[in-house]
Design a protein around this ligand. Structure first.
Ligand SMILES: NC(=O)c1ccc[n+]([C@@H]2O[C@H](COP(=O)([O-])OP(=O)(O)OC[C@H]3O[C@@H](n4cnc5c(N)ncnc54)[C@H](OP(=O)(O)O)[C@@H]3O)[C@@H](O)[C@H]2O)c1
Length: 338
């Protein structure tokens, strides 16, 4: 990404809750440093910069893009702002690490991809779990037939009312609601476990305070494989999945992020009740950041992000049509952000 003997210098856009965690991850990744942080207000930028030992506090996101001490950005804004600032960053020749959901739609996601390609910069969505060393093992077990033939996938992610005052999750215009916020994880898990797009989906939501606060969906994949997903803000924390095969099931209760003070873990249950437990080491965020700055191909993760948006688009269509079973579009039409 940059000369191998130089650090990749990140500028951070936004000062939200997740920023704190990712700034620490950026600062503790080899070959990476955080040189600037931008906020809508100079006071907030200064407070964060002082708090986290970042040299430059910048007022306004545009000003950060124009600095000559930044090679890459980490964008932690509400979802409706991801495409605009990812594309603007690419246009300034900056590599992009953008929070999930990557965008508001597959078209926007594809526009980010196109902008980065045409400006010769690299991008990843900040979906840490996809980069955990465990994820490689999960993929190999599924792909190599460790479970027999996969027939069903289920995933559930929830947080009980994780809102702060004025939370963007409760503002539809900012991309709020659980469909994008948490549907990102469960639909991404189905895409990961099957390594393909579903053919059709049907979805239902519970709306409260103007945004979806619970999503339940069924997905139909090729060869008779099915999936069910559940996510929302009205049950206690869940972050689990099951991939059920003809000879065993793969079960995980922490796939989005390990539980605090507990090892990253998962289990293979066979038909006789035998349980094989596995634990793993490593920071998924540092692995993700290293991958972005490494120069390794990223197409696999980029396609996964665009595909996840295609699934979410179809879920949105089904919700709009009262839960009707609708087709998942397989290709994104290339056009600029709406
Ligand atoms: N990867 C993960 O594990 C993970 C976890 C949590 C959240 N996320 C994602 O990270 C993103 C940010 O989430 P968060 O929880 O950190 O959000 P947050 O606490 O609401 O912060 C969002 C930041 O965006 C900026 N912003 C600009 N315009 C805004 C507006 N109109 N309303 C609110 N904020 C505005 C603000 O920074 P300034 O005021 O400084 O400009 C604000 O601090 C979301 O896409 C979310 O899905 C990812």
């Amino acid at each position: 990404m940059t000369d191998s003997d130089k650090n990749t210098r990140f500028g951070v856009i936004g000062t939200g809750r997740i920023t704190r965690r990712l700034v620490a991850d950026l600062q503790s990744t080899d070959g990476v440093e955080v040189t600037a942080i931008a906020s809508r207000t100079s006071e907030r930028a200064r407070w964060y910069a002082d708090q986290y030992g970042i040299a430059a506090a910048v007022e306004g996101y545009q000003s950060l893009l124009q600095r000559d001490d930044v090679d890459a950005v980490y964008i932690s804004l509400p979802p409706s702002m991801h495409a605009e600032w990812s594309i603007a960053s690419a246009e300034h020749g900056l590599h992009v690490l953008c929070e999930k959901p990557l965008a508001m739609s597959a078209k926007q996601a594809s526009s980010i991809d196109l902008a980065c390609q045409s400006h010769g910069v690299r991008w990843l969505d900040a979906t840490g779990w996809l980069h955990h060393p465990r994820t490689t093992a999960l993929r190999d077990w599924i792909r190599d037939g460790r479970l027999g033939q996969v027939g069903h996938v289920s995933a559930a992610v929830s947080f009980y009312q994780p809102f702060q005052s004025g939370d963007h999750r409760l503002d539809k215009a900012l991309g709020g609601g659980c469909v994008l916020d948490l549907g990102w994880y469960v639909c991404g898990l189905v895409r990961f476990a099957s390594q393909k797009l579903p053919l059709e989906v049907a979805a239902d939501v519970v709306i409260r305070e103007g945004v979806p606060q619970r999503l339940t969906a069924m997905l139909w994949l090729a060869d008779g494989v099915t999936a069910t997903v559940s996510c929302g803000y009205d049950t206690a924390t869940r972050k689990w999945f099951e991939v059920a095969g003809t000879t065993a099931s793969l079960i995980c209760d922490d796939f989005t992020r390990p539980w605090a003070e507990r090892p990253t873990r998962c289990w293979i249950h066979d038909a006789s009740g035998k349980v094989e437990g596995h634990t793993f080491e490593g920071s998924q965020e540092r692995a993700m950041i290293s991958r972005l700055v490494s120069g390794q191909p990223l197409a696999e993760w980029q396609q996964a992000a665009i595909d996840t948006h295609l699934i979410l688009d179809a879920i949105g269509d089904s919700i709009t049509e009262g839960g009707r079973r609708v087709a998942v579009r397989q290709i994104v039409e290339e056009r600029p952000v709406d």
